[in-house]
Structure formats: structure tokens, C-alpha cells
Design a protein around this ligand. Structure first.
Ligand code: URA
Length: 241
């Protein structure tokens, strides 16, 4: 890529400012001062310094964010009516970001946002069966019999019944009993439709885990941050099955 494009991706300024920096000899590539903005660089191979500081040491063309999605925003890249999850990620630097899968507008919780299409594909591939864990608040008490049906697989109106899942009751932070549902697939409105199929109704839904990556307490609803290296490796690990 062009040197000025790389510097721009690093958030160092406008194209005009970058041209000045380059002209003023502030940028070196593999130890040589480069004065042409169009000079071709490969940030994965070349050592690029700005004012003596390495820009390539921790460079990655990919960005990975974890968002604690609030209710009321849609999991899309663009929407004519509603705020999207990308409107919440306002670094101003990243291009081609997209959410990994979807949460309904009224669902809260863990959503990964990245421009790494390969990772997105592997997390969403039906063959990979990546686990998704939800905390489910329901209109009526969930009975043992319902747990059994949710775990076995249910007819929710699709061609195939749902895959076997894990379901259990756990107290939330306020001592309220909630259903935890762990799915290995991601069909449209799946949790809501599964609860409807056992004669109940979801009143509130939060996703707390995807694969081996869990939502952490430091992220309040509506907040996001970059994934740590450790978290990224958790996400890249082969999940389940
Ligand atoms: N299942 C649902 O019904 N909604 C979600 O947002 C996610 C899973």
C-alpha cells in the first residue's frame, strides 16, 4: 500500500498533513528517509518509523472490538431509521467494520465487531457450531420439562428442529432466577422462537458469551473496547465440538 495510506490508517493526520510530514523527513522505511507519499510499503514486512517511533511493531490490518450492545440499536452497518452498532464504534479510523452476526434490536450484550472477514466467517459457519450463551428473562417460570425440551431440540417452524442445546437455571446478580441457554447455531430470533415453542415468552435477552469469549464486567451497556490479545486468541481457538 502507499506510505501515506498506511500513515492515514494509523490515524496520524489528514493526507495534507501526512504529505508535509513525509516531505519533512519524519518518516523512515527500513532506516531510509522516504520523501514520496506514494512509496509502496508492506506494513507486515517493512519497519516504518514516524518521528523515530515504530508504527509497525504492533501493526495489524485488522481491528477487533467487543461491544456490550444496548437495546435500541440494530446489528447492521447501515440503516435508514435506526442507530446501528457501527454508529457506536466511533474511532473514525476503521473501514469495513461489520458485526459478527446479529442480535435483535431489543437484545443486549456481547457483539464482536471486526473487519476480519475470515474470522467472521469461521465464527458464523454453521459447520463450526460455535457456542452462544444467552441469559433469558421470561414471562413465566421455566419448568424442568421445558428445560428438557429446549435441550433436546424443538420444532420452531423451520424445516429442521433446533439442534440439541444446553439449558439451566441460574440466579442473576439481583438474585432473580433466569434461564441460561447455550446454542450451537444462530437462527433468526432463535431464542425467542424456542421459548414460544414451549408456551413461554422472552421478556429480555442478553448474550454473555460467544465461543470461549465472555462479556466482562468492565464493559457497561453501550461501551466497547478493542479485544486484548488473549481475548482474540480465545475467539480464534477451535470452539466446542
Ligand atoms: N435469539 C433471539 O431470539 N434474538 C437474538 O437477538 C439472539 C438470539
Amino acid at each position: 500500500m502507499r506510505l501515506d495510506k498506511f500513515l492515514s490508517d494509523c490515524g496520524l493526520g489528514t493526507r495534507k498533513q501526512l504529505k508535509e510530514y513525509i516531505k519533512n523527513g519524519m518518516v523512515t522505511v527500513d532506516g531510509n528517509i522516504i520523501s514520496k507519499p506514494e512509496f509502496a510499503v508492506d506494513p507486515n514486512k517493512n519497519e516504518i518509523l514516524f518521528s523515530g517511533e515504530s508504527l509497525t511493531e504492533n501493526y495489524s490490518e485488522f481491528r477487533y472490538y467487543i461491544l456490550n450492545k444496548p437495546q435500541g440499536v440494530v446489528s447492521a452497518t447501515k440503516d435508514n431509521h435506526d442507530k446501528t452498532v457501527l454508529d457506536l464504534i466511533d474511532t473514525g479510523l476503521d473501514k469495513n467494520l461489520a458485526p459478527v452476526g446479529r442480535l435483535d434490536k431489543d437484545t443486549e450484550g456481547l457483539l464482536i465487531i471486526t473487519n476480519d472477514g475470515k474470522l467472521t466467517h469461521s465464527l458464523l459457519s454453521p459447520k463450526k457450531h460455535v457456542e452462544k450463551e444467552y441469559v433469558v428473562y421470561t414471562r413465566d417460570k421455566v419448568l424442568d420439562e421445558d428445560i428438557r425440551k429446549l435441550e433436546e431440540g424443538l420444532d420452531i417452524g423451520d424445516e429442521e428442529p433446533t439442534l440439541p442445546a444446553k439449558a439451566f437455571i441460574k440466579q442473576d446478580e439481583n438474585g432473580e432466577e433466569t434461564l441460561h441457554l447455550i446454542l450451537h447455531e444462530g437462527r433468526f430470533h432463535q431464542v425467542k422462537r424456542m421459548l414460544l415453542a414451549v408456551g413461554n415468552e422472552v421478556t429480555f435477552l442478553r448474550r454473555i458469551r460467544m465461543g470461549k469469549l465472555s462479556l466482562t464486567g468492565d464493559l457497561k451497556v453501550g461501551e466497547y473496547r478493542e479485544l486484548t490479545k488473549e481475548e482474540l486468541s480465545l475467539l480464534q481457538e477451535k470452539n466446542t465440538d
